[in-house]
Design a protein around this ligand. Structure first.
Ligand SMILES: Cc1ncc(COP(=O)(O)O)c(C=O)c1O
Length: 383
């Protein structure tokens, strides 16, 4: 272990838990210093929404939400708030059913292994999140990765798989967490129909941010009923914890009976479910926050590109590609010294030679907060 850890230190890949001492609103306190927080997934700023927090505290008092569920859902942990939350999700998405999980990680390591068997094939975008990769590792099915957002490549793999498998599954993120670019859901739905595949879309970074009512990228193209399973998380835009999958009732019944990380774990406490229900409903009318977020993101992206930086994507996740680990670390350090917290992301989280500084924007930020960034990236004093 010591040898391995010292190797990690040598190549700048040793990770340690940051000593965060406070986190409110736009700022975060690290090592006693106040920094603008550009590393949060609370994209709509709901975590600090005093109106929602006040109504939650009122509900806690009047309804006496417990802090424990005391058991798994299939035993005695299935509080009525689960039913309310799942009914609300199916109603919003216009789907037959929904199922709530303890986290997105639980959902992703559970669903694919439950649905697929050794006569099946999983086709996954090369840049899918680690939780999806771990789900594929746990599954008995064979798996192949198609080049990132290369649907021609996906179609080749689908054609080659024709007649060779019991069922083919396609899995993708909607908004890619490290690149901030978007999957083409229309193409994916067309492909899944043509090849009779099952399509799973992880909206972890799309829910809350995209769509008129915040259902995610699937809502933008009106495809939420065409995707077999849409997965979303409560830990990001919805400022809570847990995750959900919306789907047909048959899928739900099957998952309740087969997903091991759903069956063999203690249910979420009512205190969390009550807050998730409130934030899920509360984010629906937040269209102006979503618009503002996209506006500041596209302005920052175009200013950084004008300064000569490689900034892929088209969302509120703005990665500045540095290629080398050292450059990512030193740029992030320079930004931190100037009062901005955005973290360097290095392999193995991203592919080799694509290290980056990842800026994650939120609707509570104003352009004035971000204006110094291009100069700081260039190594000039902020404007
Ligand atoms: C695309 C994606 N899926 C799933 C997850 C896991 O979600 P959770 O944090 O709820 O476990 C994450 C988050 O970190 C993610 O980025």
């Amino acid at each position: 272990m010591e040898r391995e850890l010292s190797e990690l230190r040598k190549v700048d890949r040793f990770r340690a838990l940051p000593p965060v001492t406070a986190r409110t609103g736009k700022y975060l306190e690290l090592d006693g210093r106040r920094l603008l927080n550009l590393s949060s997934n609370d994209y709509l700023g709901i975590g600090d929404d005093s109106e929602l927090l006040d109504s939650y505290l009122d509900e806690c008092r009047s309804k006496g939400y417990s802090m424990t569920s005391s058991s798994s859902r299939l035993l005695t942990g299935n509080h009525p708030l689960y039913t309310q939350l799942e009914n609300e999700l199916s109603r919003l998405y216009g789907r037959q059913a929904a199922l709530v999980f303890n986290s997105g990680y639980h959902a992703n390591i559970g669903i694919l292994p439950a649905l697929s068997g050794r006569h099946d094939l999983i086709l996954s975008d090369k840049l899918n999140h680690a939780s999806i990769i771990d789900g594929m590792r746990l599954a008995e099915a064979q798996s192949q990765r198609y080049r990132h957002r290369d649907y021609g490549h996906l179609e080749e793999l689908l054609a080659a798989a024709e007649g060779r498998y019991r069922q083919v599954f396609i899995v993708t993120e909607s908004v890619f967490s490290m690149d901030g670019d978007l999957a083409d859901l229309e193409k994916l739905v067309a492909l899944k129909k043509r090849h009779h595949a099952v399509l799973l879309v992880d909206e972890a970074h799309g829910a809350g941010v995209f769509g008129k009512t915040g259902l995610g990228l699937c809502e933008v193209s009106g495809l939420q009923k065409e995707i077999d399973i849409v997965i979303g998380t409560f830990g990001k835009s919805f400022a809570s914890t847990g995750a959900y999958a919306v789907m047909d009732s048959l899928f739900r019944d099957y998952l309740v009976n087969t997903v091991r990380p759903f069956i063999f774990t203690t249910a979420l406490p009512p205190a969390v479910l009550g807050w998730s229900l409130l934030t899920l409903r509360g984010q629906v009318p937040m269209a102006s926050r979503r618009e503002h977020l996209q506006q500041i993101a596209s302005r920052l992206r175009s200013e950084l590109v004008a300064c000569g930086f490689d900034v892929p994507g088209e969302s509120h996740i703005v990665p500045v590609i540095t290629r080398t680990d050292e450059r990512a670390v030193s740029l992030a350090q320079r930004l931190r010294e100037s009062g901005f917290l955005c973290l360097p992301v290095r392999p193995p989280t991203v592919p080799q030679n694509t290290a980056r500084v990842r800026i994650s924007l939120r609707s509570i930020l104003e352009w004035e907060d971000l204006a110094p960034l291009p100069d700081l990236f260039l190594g000039r004093a902020g404007r």
